[in-house]
Design a protein around this ligand. Sequence first.
Ligand SMILES: [Zn+2]
Length: 317
Amino acid sequence: MFGNIFSSMMSDSVKQEVPEQWIKCPKCSALMYYKEVEAKQNVCPKCNHHFRISAEKRIDSIVDEGSFVEHDQSLAPVDPLKFSDKKPYKKRLEEAKAKTGKTSSVMSGSCTIGANPIEIVVFDFSFMGGSLGSVEGEKIVRAIGRAIEKECGFIIVSASGGARMQESTYSLLQMSKTSAALNRLHQKGLPFISILTDPTMGGVSASFAMLGDIIMAEPGALIGFAGQRVIKQTVGVDLPEGFQRSEFLLEHGLIDMIVDRADMHDTLSGLFKLFKKEKTMMPEKEVIEEDITQEEGTEEEMLEVVSEDTPKEDSEV
Ligand SMILES: [Zn+2]
């Protein structure tokens, strides 16, 4: 019976009339009614395969209900290079906007998770493969700025093919721009959790995605820099089983944990509570170092400062 339904789904005319009523799991090939999958946050109930989801669905699954307030949604890319490959970049942007209703591959905003205030940036793979361009970089940096201002935690959920080639160097610059902003966050002692979802590749994995104080991934996500075919051609050997998947990366120490989508909210909530506790028990050392740079004292004066008990109220951390 299912065979018939599936073959009829394959014909375009039927597909348009009945859009995605039945979903075939790419991992276990089970055919399921879409509501069954949706009810499980777009995770296959048979084999736990995590389907790709939109930024909106991702936000719904992570943040406290009704707490998300979007920022910078009016930022839209320009085409400074007047770039054209098979199509002009401008046309690609128009098509992506028509398809997704967005002008960027990220959504950014303020929210709470387990009542902890958080700034969050979420990639949407359906907008130009979640590619990182000037607008995405700017949105990330602005979100980090808000986290610093509010002294709260920061999250990026990545789903990206990498840098946006149509913006060339402008796109590559976003790697250093976002990394530098994350360093400012780090200097303030504020936590950054990076969540890697399927896929996290190229310039995204080579910059902020791998700079998390905690790096977590969804099960089975493809995570890497270059694609497997390119690596295989370059090194000339067969790649090991499961190469560039979350489980392989966890085993080899590149990420800290794999978290099921259903557990993501509670895991994040628990971690931010822990960070909050850590913050109140923050060792004096970091606080003192900051005071020293501000005071620009002599070495002797600095030593005096170190030996003193710096009151907590003075802390900017
Ligand atoms: Zn499955």
